[in-house]
Write a new protein. Sequence first.
Length: 151
Amino acid sequence: MKAKKPKKITSNMYAKWGYLFIAPFFIVFTLFTLIPLLSTFIYSFFESFMDGFDQVGPNFVGLQNYITLLTDSELYKYLWNTFIIWIMGFLPQIIISLLLAVWFTDIRLKLRGLQFWKTIVYMPNLVMASAFRYAVFNFICRQRTDHIVFN
């Protein structure tokens, strides 16, 4: 009797295609987001600035930059301004989008040309949100700089 040969285990390498498909994301994310984020965090522990034409630093200061940041009264004003801009820009956009979604999905309305209206309404959403944010930002900046006199 012949000895049985052990079965050769073969498998299709479908997983490699998934890895190849998502690899560009991880490469771009690492190069353009992760490395700058980590280097910024590392640089935050150093003092480095220009004094005229002279470069001062980088000098290791530890957590002093964070202590200065959190004890500065201006930070909380900036956070409050950011919160106001977020409320003025984000909340109306979400409310209008949800109202339009309810309107466009209501079967009882029997809207004609529904795909046309969805395209007309939703396409410029990003443009309008960006324009609104720019207008609010421009208004706030003008309010803050009206008292500054430029020579």
